[in-house]
Design a protein around this ligand. Structure first.
Ligand code: C2O
Ligand code: CU
Length: 543
């Protein structure tokens, strides 16, 4: 009989982080949940049980291409009915060969991903382009005092209430929250040995925070971004938006160097960027031998780096290492889709993409299910979108595309129709990764940008930053663009959204439909009848 390779159980319960207890959604009883290690090219069946009493859930495999099984992408309203309380769903997860790297999984329902998540590492079947002795995973997340429910109610009600800013930054689930110095919570400690080379896998699993971080007295070299190896870039700091991942190589100090430094622990220093309030945290890089750092004290003042947002950080600089390189040039682009991002303050505060907000309850059944059942006609949807000129079909509220097209997708940061609301957004694409072809101030200019690309090898990523470029005289003036290029190869329904959980809840999400119905069905293993109804599973003997 059918046996899943991994089992994850989602619960909701009181949970203590950063010296605070909060009602939180957890995977296997902790946050972060267990680290999953998958092998590229291998099919893994992952069964997710929803052990909550009255909430839906799903799990999304953030950054994995999911093209062999679009129904397993874990996006409610797009790729599957959410898993109802007391039910399970079997996910078919097959990391594509050539995409070994750093990922994470998280719930895609409401605000659950603030705690319901864990790291997902894809191990390579081939030799690695970089060598190292050991590796460590460093997951960054946010702690909010308010519960998921209070935050969602506030963000979606007509007397809009902001979630509040992040109350604590967490490193591997740990923090000594500045406002509470009495609890027993500790700083995260990453233990290393002198003289070895480490691969540090940083995962931006924050709800809201855009983080700058540096390691005291250690520089690092970036070797991976979002599951793809890059040419090595030496740096003294990293900037990580929600949804982004970087691997870096760190050469540990020798015994001699440690002696000279007069200590065996160094601080990893984090600070938030581009928010009205700046929040900081520390973690410890602890060398073995001698006594460890006191993890309940924060040195005062903490040795924090001067962290200022670096707009355009690594744009045109971070280059692909892949020997197989199929970057489509501007001549090959068949269609450009410009998505203007606005904030609208009317009844409540919402984020719009080309004038539309995403409403989780619209449509009633998931797009992919509607394609299977024939309720959504992919051909008509495509024709309507093309005839409207901007690629958006206002009936289904989707961006349809045909297999073989080469799309250029441009995000324009347009601020607000009234006032306020110009923000930094980490935009994320489900499905296949896009070539990140840059970003800048003002409006996108294709010819000028192509000139800049001539001397570089754009990387594939799944999350990149739409910045808010500073305009000193008019800080809220529309500013900034981010552009992607993508070959449409994988039939399925793919969400494209800002990865800030608050912004998602406020409407900043959209859906791309790749391929027609036959192609969608052909792409996926046959799904069981259970998949087509709420409370069912694609496989297995779901009740
Ligand atoms: Cu990690 Cu749709 O997101
Ligand atoms: Cu956003």
């Amino acid at each position: 009989s059918f046996q899943p390779d991994h089992i994850l159980r989602v619960t909701a319960q009181d949970y203590t982080e950063a010296c605070n207890t909060r009602y939180s959604v957890l995977v296997n009883g902790s946050s972060p949940g267990p680290e999953l290690r998958l092998r590229e090219g291998k099919v893994n069946w992952i069964r997710v049980y929803n052990d909550m009493k009255d909430e839906n859930t799903t799990i999304h495999w953030h950054g994995l291409t999911a093209f062999t099984a679009p129904f397993s992408d874990g996006a409610p309203a797009a790729s599957q009915w959410p898993i109802s309380a007391g039910h399970f769903f079997d996910y078919e997860v097959k990391p594509e060969v050539g995409t070994a790297g750093t990922y994470f999984y998280h719930s895609h329902v409401g605000f659950q991903a603030v705690t319901a998540k864990g790291s997902l590492i894809v191990d390579s079947v081939n030799d690695l382009p970089y060598s190292y002795d050991e590796e460590r995973t460093i997951m960054l997340s946010d702690f909010f005092n308010e519960t998921d429910k209070t935050i969602i109610d506030g963000l979606t009600s007509s007397d809009f209430t902001w979630s509040g800013e992040t109350n604590a930054l967490l490193v591997n689930g740990k923090s000594r929250q500045a406002t509470n110095s009495t609890g027993s919570c500790q700083l995260a400690s990453i233990s290393i040995e002198p003289g070895l080379t480490y691969r540090l896998r940083f995962i931006g699993a924050t709800a809201l925070s855009f983080i700058s971080l540096a390691i005291e007295s250690h520089n690092v070299s970036i070797i991976e971004a979002d599951g793809h190896y890059t040419k090595s870039v030496h740096t003294s700091f990293l900037q990580i938006g929600s949804g982004q991942r970087y691997s870096v190589l760190l050469t540990a100090k020798s015994e001699d160097e440690l002696e000279k430094a007069g200590k065996r622990h160094f601080y990893i220093q984090l600070t938030t960027l581009a928010r009205p309030e700046t929040l900081t945290n520390l973690a410890v890089l602890q060398y073995s031998g001698g006594t460890g750092a006191n993890l309940t004290t924060v040195p005062s003042p903490p040795p924090l780096p001067v962290a200022k947002i670096a707009e355009g950080w690594l744009d045109y600089e971070l280059e692909s290492l892949s020997p197989i390189y199929e970057f489509p040039t501007l001549d090959e682009v068949t269609r450009r889709i410009i998505i203007e991002v606005h904030q609208n303050v009317s009844d409540h505060v919402i984020w719009l993409q080309n004038g539309y907000e995403w409403v989780e309850s619209f449509p009633k059944s998931p797009y992919l299910v509607d394609i299977y059942t024939g309720k959504l006609n992919t051909e008509e949807t495509y024709q309507r979108a093309i005839s409207r000129g901007n690629g958006f079909d206002n009936i289904t509220r989707t961006f349809p595309a045909q297999i073989g097209e080469v799309l250029e997708i441009v995000w324009q940061n347009e601020g607000t129709f009234t006032n306020g609301g110009l923000d930094v957004h980490p935009f994320h694409a489900h499905g296949r990764h896009f070539y990140d072809i840059g970003g800048g101030d003002g409006k996108y200019n294709a010819t000028a940008n192509e000139e800049r690309l001539k001397s570089s090898r754009p990387i594939l990523r799944d999350t990149s930053m739409l910045y808010r470029y500073r305009n000193e005289t008019d800080p809220l003036a529309p500013s900034g663009w981010r552009a992607w290029r993508i070959k449409v190869t994988d039939a399925g329904v793919w969400m494209y959204h800002c990865h800030s959980l608050q912004h998602m809840i406020m409407g900043m999400q959209t859906v791309f439909i790749f391929g027609d119905r036959n192609e969608v069905i052909a792409q996926s293993a046959p799904v069981g009848v259970g998949y087509l109804t709420y409370g069912g599973s694609a496989y297995g003997n779901s009740t």
